[in-house]
Design a protein around this ligand. Structure first.
Ligand code: HEM
Length: 459
C-alpha cells in the first residue's frame, strides 16, 4: 500500500503578510500554500523587498548552471550563517569563492574519499556499540544519534579525532538553538523589526560550536609551528597543504578555521537530517528492509562492508535518493539578481532575492508522479529517471554544487546498510514527526523508531 510520509499540509491559499510572518517564525514550510506546489514561479512581497521563488526546471538551470554569475549567493545567506561559518566557501562569491573552491577541491578528491573510508567505519562501529545498548524495541530518538555519528565522522575525517559524547551533545543542542534563532532573526529583519535578541542568541550558540572545532585546529597549527606536524591523512592536513595553482598561495590560519567550521556544520547537519528521515521512512517499510538486507548479505558474502561494496547496494541507494527527494536537507537556496531583468512575467530588480527550493521542486505536481508518496523504486522507472534529470537537486547544480556530495553519499550508504543489517527497525505510530524548515529540514519533535537486533537466519 502507498505510504505518504509526514509533511506539513500546505495552506489552502496564500496568507496575509501578518500570517506569513507568524507562520514563518516557526518554519518556512508553514508559509507554503497549495499553489506553491503547482506554480512555475512565485512572488512574495515583504516590507521593502520582493522575493521570487523559481520552480520551473529551465529557469532553475539558467540560475544555477547557465548563468550562475548573474545570480551569486545572496548577502542574506551570508548574514544568516556568518556567525557560524565565517567567511567560508559556502557564502562567498566571485574571485574569493573561486580561490577557495580551487583549494577545497584538492581536499575532496576521490582518492581521499577512499582514504577516509576506514575512519568512517570506525565511527560506525562505535555507533553500533552505543545502539546495541538501547536496541530493546522501545521508542528511540534516532535524530540525535544521527547527529552524533555524522559529527563523529566529520571530526575523524577532517581532524582525525573522535568526538566525545559530551561535545556531541553540546553541538546538537547548540545547532538546534542556532537554527531557531537564526530563522527568527532573519524573519524579523525581513520585516524590518528589531532582531538583536535572536541575533545575539544565535551568535552565542555559534560561538559554542566554533569553540569545539577551533580548539582542535589550534593544537594542529601550534604543533606544526613547533615542527611536530605529524603524519595526518585528514582533510585538515589537505587544506593546510593545498596550494592554489593560480595564485600560488595557501589558506591562512583564520581561513582554515572558517573553512573547517563550515565543513563541520555543512557536512554533518545535512547528513544527519537525511539519515534521520531515512530511518523514519525505513521503519515504515519492512519489505524494503528485507530487500536491503538480502542484497547486503549477497554483496558482502556475510563479511564486513568494504569500500567497493557500497556502489553495489542498489536498494540502499534508492532509499537514500528517495529520502533526499522527500526531505532535501537544504530546502532552499537564496541567490541575488545582479541586474534588472524579466523572468516569465515578472520584472526582477537588482538585489532581489531569487530562491530555488529543492523542497518545492521535488514535490512539484508537474515534475513528479505521486510526489508525496515514498517510492524508492521510482528512480528505476523511465518516468522517474526523466523527473530526476529535470527536477532533482538535493546537492544543488552547476558550479556551486555541493563539494561533499560524494562524501555524504558514501557515509550515508555505509551507515544505512550497517543499521539495517544489524537491526529490525519498526515505527512508533503514536509519534508522528513534525517536519519543519529552518536552516535544514528537520523534525520539530524529533524522530523516533524502535530498534531490535536482527536474527539474520530469519532473513
Ligand atoms: C546529505 C548531505 C548533504 C546535502 C543534502 C548537501 C547539500 C548541499 C547544497 C544544496 C549545497 C548548495 C547550497 C547553496 O547553493 O546555497 C551545498 C553546498 C556545499 N556543501 Fe553540501 N550537502 C551535504 C553534505 C555535505 C558534506 C558531507 C560536506 C563536506 C564534508 C558538504 C560541503 C559543502 C560545501 C563546502 C558547499 C559549498 C560549495 C560551494 O559553494 O562551492 N556538504 N551542499
Amino acid at each position: 500500500m502507498a505510504f505518504i510520509p509526514a509533511y506539513p499540509c500546505p495552506n489552502k491559499n496564500k496568507s496575509s503578510l501578518l500570517l506569513r510572518f507568524l507562520r514563518g517564525w516557526r518554519s518556512w514550510l508553514d508559509v507554503l500554500f497549495e499553489r506553491s506546489y503547482r506554480m512555475k514561479m512565485g512572488h512574495y512581497r515583504l516590507p521593502g523587498m520582493d522575493v521570487y521563488m523559481v520552480n520551473e526546471p529551465e529557469l532553475v538551470q539558467k540560475i544555477l548552471v547557465k548563468q550562475p554569475r548573474n545570480y551569486p549567493k545572496h548577502q542574506l545567506m551570508h548574514k544568516m550563517l556568518a556567525p557560524l561559518l565565517g567567511n567560508s566557501i559556502f557564502t562567498t562569491n566571485n574571485e574569493v569563492w573561486e580561490r577557495q573552491r580551487r583549494l577545497m577541491d584538492q581536499a575532496f578528491e576521490q582518492a581521499r574519499l577512499k582514504l577516509v573510508f576506514p575512519l568512517m567505519c570506525d565511527a560506525v562501529s562505535v555507533m553500533l556499540a552505543r545502539l546495541d545498548k538501547v536496541a530493546d524495541g522501545s521508542p528511540y530518538p534516532v535524530d540525535e544519534e544521527m547527529t552524533h555519528v555524522t559529527a563523529d565522522i566529520i571530526f575523524r575525517t577532517i581532524l582525525t579525532s573522535p568526538l566525545s559524547g559530551r561535545a556531541a551533545h553540546d553541538v546538537f543542542e547548540n545547532f538546534n538553538r542556532f537554527q531557531q534563532h537564526t530563522l527568527r532573526a532573519t524573519v524579523l529583519e525581513l520585516y524590518h523589526l528589531p532582531a538583536w535578541f535572536s541575533r545575539r542568541a544565535s551568535i552565542r550558540s555559534a560561538n559554542t560550536i566554533r569553540s569545539v572545532v577551533s580548539s582542535v585546529i589550534r593544537e594542529r597549527f601550534d604543533a606544526r609551528e613547533r615542527g611536530e606536524g605529524g603524519d595526518y591523512q585528514d582533510i585538515l592536513a589537505a587544506l593546510m597543504e593545498a596550494v592554489d595553482p593560480v595564485q600560488g598561495d595557501s589558506f591562512s590560519y583564520p581561513e582554515v578555521v572558517d573553512q573547517i567550521c563550515m565543513l563541520f556544520l555543512a557536512g554533518h547537519e545535512t547528513s544527519a537530517s537525511a539519515l534521520a528521515w531515512s530511518l523514519y521512512l525505513l521503519s515504515n517499510s519492512p519489505e524494503l528492509q528485507h530487500e536491503m538486507v538480502e542484497e547486503i548479505e549477497s554483496v558482502t558474502g556475510g563479511k564486513a562492508l568494504a569500500y567497493g561494496d557500497l556502489k553495489k547496494l542498489r536498494a540502499t541507494w534508492n532509499l537514500f535518493r528517495e529520502t533526499l527527494r522527500l526531505y532535501p536537507p537544504v530546502g532552499f537556496f537564496v541567490r541575488e539578481a545582479v541586474e534588472s531583468h524579466c523572468m516569465r512575467d515578472k520584472q526582477i530588480q537588482p538585489g532581489s532575492p531569487v530562491m530555488v527550493s529543492p523542497w518545492l521542486i521535488h514535490r512539484h505536481r508537474e515534475n513528479w508522479e505521486r510526489p508525496d508518496e515514498f517510492d524508492p523504486c521510482r528512480f528505476e522507472t523511465e518516468a522517474g529517471k526523466e523527473s530526476a534529470r529535470n527536477a532533482y537537486l538535493p546537492f544543488s547544480l552547476g558550479e556551486r554544487v555541493c563539494i561533499g556530495a560524494a562524501f555524504a553519499t558514501q557515509e550515508a550508504i555505509l551507515i544505512l546498510a550497517s543499521l539495517v543489517r544489524r537491526y529490525e527497525i519498526t515505527p512508533v505510530p503514536e509519534h508522528v514527526p513534525l517536519c519543519v524548515g529552518r536552516v535544514t529540514i528537520r523534525s520539530d519533535n524529533g524522530i523516533k523508531v524502535r530498534l531490535k537486533l536482527r536474527d539474520l537466519n530469519r532473513v
